[in-house]
Design a protein around this ligand. Structure first.
Ligand code: SF4
Length: 458
């Protein structure tokens, strides 16, 4: 196997990443842009970057992801990409007729130093942007940040470009859902709807990247937040940002720009974080939690009670995005499992301290690193083995080498299907996660059980 030579001895590395626990910034920007209705993401750089970003999203969501590119060649690389982008804007509005073009940069155009607002103004002056259509932009140099940063930046750009404050409040709240699956966005909206809360969610990739098979291709599916709805976010009563890294910048920008107060919460993964989300909705709007939500909460609690004996004391290694890892670590600790090795490829000063706070009662030493890589995670596992791995598809190499069950979670998941249709957030998402965890633990127990203890009933 590829990783079987990973050494147990850990040596200090400062300028080398091996098996990164991240992907590049524009992927997150592209994903967020797809959450605007009628938007065509545009990659301002060479074709190779755009092809990679599209294929990463297509492989994860199993849906054709469309994006345009400025198609840099040698000329643009030397003299800048203004002519390419102006031409691209003209072509895109003429041929594909999107409502919005969401431009993100790449390492190449960032290194050249292309000024996207200036180029956009030139396109506008040349009459290339039709009346009522929009070009928005975000800078996404991939030598800083990750796909999470790209998502956060593009989501903030939606505020910068569209949010307006008319002075008349609207009885609605904004939810920035974080870098989660379309199914998770759907579930967050379902919870809000059950509580009778009117919501503007941005971005919103539900019904875009988990749409039904109709036999008909639609370049711009029915999902996504509309520009009209984005404009009203400045008049909303409040904003809830789910996930500090992915949603914090947009929620805070809306507060600064339009005086919409914001609350930044963890992703509502697991019992406690979902409680906090539901409670924030309740307090913000002065409403009561309906029975239907209390029932789902009770069901999750019942499953935890039934399964707890199998979870108790199991050690877990996790890799992924900070917002997911914080919520997931808290969930695991709440069911008496012990996350002991936790790594993310995304930098964040508060991440390590938050993980240490959540795991402070652990009987084991905790290894946590941000940014770190999966090579380091593998080394930690060699030194202190675990019962379960949770992370994206790239974790399967460690799972195979160390013979440890893996639960796929986060981005990208390239070798399984269904994650974009079933949520992991909310009480119901919690139930699904628990079922996955229990199946993994008991499948392994069955596989390894001697005949005399091979149980039919658990
Ligand atoms: S890291 Fe930079 S050069 Fe590589 S695919 Fe991403 S944007 Fe393109």
């Amino acid at each position: 196997m590829l990783l079987r030579h990973t050494p147990k001895e850990i040596t200090e590395r400062s300028a080398l990443t091996i098996n990164p626990a991240k992907t590049c910034q524009p992927i997150g920007a592209m994903y967020a842009a797809l959450g605007i209705h009628g938007c065509l993401p545009h990659s301002h750089g060479s074709q190779g970057c755009c092809a990679y970003h599209r294929s990463a999203l297509t492989r994860h969501y199993k849906e054709p992801v469309m994006a345009a590119t400025s198609s840099f060649t040698e000329g643009a690389s030397v003299f800048g990409g203004q002519a390419n982008l102006v031409q691209a804007i003209d072509n895109i509005f003429t041929i594909y007729e999107p409502e919005v073009i969401a431009v993100h940069t790449t390492c190449l155009s960032e290194t050249i130093g292309d000024d996207i607002p200036q180029i956009t103004r030139k396109a506008e002056a040349d009459g290339k942007i039709p009346e009522g259509k929009y070009v928005i932009h975000v800078n996404t140099p991939s030598y800083v940040g990750t796909h999470v940063t790209g998502f956060a930046n593009m989501t903030k750009a939606m505020v910068d470009y569209f949010a307006e404050s008319t002075g008349h409040k609207i009885d609605q709240i904004n939810i920035v859902p974080g870098y989660v699956e379309p199914s998770d966005m759907e579930e967050i909206k379902r919870i809000a709807a059950m509580m009778g809360v009117r919501v503007v969610m941005f971005p919103d990739t539900s019904k875009v990247l988990n749409r039904p098979q109709t036999g008909k291709y639609e370049m711009f599916p029915e999902g996504g937040v509309t520009v009209e709805a984005l404009k009203t976010t400045g008049d909303s009563l409040a904003t809830i940002g789910l996930g500090r890294l992915a949603s914090g910048p947009a929620a805070q920008a809306l507060d600064t720009k339009c005086n919409v107060p914001c609350e930044i919460l963890d992703l509502p993964i697991g019992f406690k974080a979902t409680d906090r989300f539901v409670d924030t909705l309740r307090k913000t709007l002065g409403i009561t939690v309906p029975d239907i939500i209390n029932n789902e909460r009770g069901q999750l609690l019942d499953i935890i009670t039934d399964m707890h004996q199998y979870f108790y004391g199991k050690k877990v290694a996790l890799a992924g995005d900070p917002d997911h890892l914080i919520a997931m670590t808290e969930f695991l600790v709440s069911i008496d499992m012990w996350p002991i090795h936790i790594v993310t490829g995304t930098s964040g000063k508060k991440f390590e301290s938050r993980i240490r706070e959540i795991t402070k009662d652990s009987p084991y030493p905790i290894n946590v690193k941000a940014p770190g890589d999966m090579f380091l995670l593998h080394q930690w596992i060699k030194n202190e083995p675990v019962d379960l791995l949770m992370g994206n598809t790239y974790m399967k190499y460690i799972a195979r080498d160390e013979d440890i069950p893996l639960i796929r979670m986060g981005f990208p998941i390239l070798d399984r299907i269904g994650h974009s249709y079933f949520p992991i957030v909310g009480y119901r998402g919690g139930m699904r996660l628990l079922e996955k965890i229990l199946d993994a633990i008991l499948d392994r127990q069955d596989r390894d059980a001697p005949e005399e203890s091979f149980e039919l009933v658990m």
